[in-house]
Design a protein around this ligand. Structure first.
Ligand code: HEC
Length: 133
């Protein structure tokens, strides 16, 4: 268990499969070491929020707590993104990997967004996630 796993548990609606994969195998090469090219300013955050509300809130909830209307009965549940965003493991590369590739490889319901959102849009959403309370 690394420092990123402290306080980890299903109670928090976190993503065991994904965290295990990242700890054991690392983030896939194509996403390693990426860094968000967008500045963390208010405009990026609010554009990210619009994208989040349209694409993510149904599952992850309005405030990222993992409690959206579509979350009921989902196993594993949509992750608590408020909790995640403050973890050391939530690097730009990690978040970009999760959002771009989704959970197909892990057997989860997290959709892949690499074909439905541009790279720029995915970085905006990440700026919004980082700004979650
Ligand atoms: C259909 C429901 C659904 C939608 C829509 C959805 N997600 Fe997810 N998401 C999940 C589930 C379920 C998980 C947990 C399993 C996993 O990590 O694959 C997850 C996991 C994640 C993770 C990894 C969390 C962690 O703890 O490692 C991130 C980041 C994430 N989602 C971001 C997003 C963003 C951003 C959007 C919108 C662009 C989005 N999700 C849309 C269901 C959804």
């Amino acid at each position: 268990m690394g420092p990123g796993m402290r306080g980890h548990g299903m109670m928090m609606g976190s993503s065991m499969q994904r965290h295990r994969q990242a700890m054991m195998g690392g983030v896939p090469k194509a996403y390693q070491g990426l860094s968000n090219p967008l500045s963390p300013d208010g405009r990026m955050v609010s554009e990210g929020k619009v994208l989040y509300q349209a694409n993510c809130a149904a599952c992850h909830g309005d405030t990222g707590a993992g409690d959206g209307p579509a979350a009921a009965g989902m196993s594993p549940p949509p992750a608590n993104l408020q909790w995640l965003a403050s973890r050391p493991m939530a690097s730009d590369g990690y978040l970009m990997w999760a959002i771009s590739e989704g959970g197909a490889e892990l057997g989860t319901a997290m959709p892949a967004f690499k074909n439905s959102l541009s790279e720029n849009q995915r970085w905006k959403v990440i700026r919004y996630l980082e700004a979650l309370p």
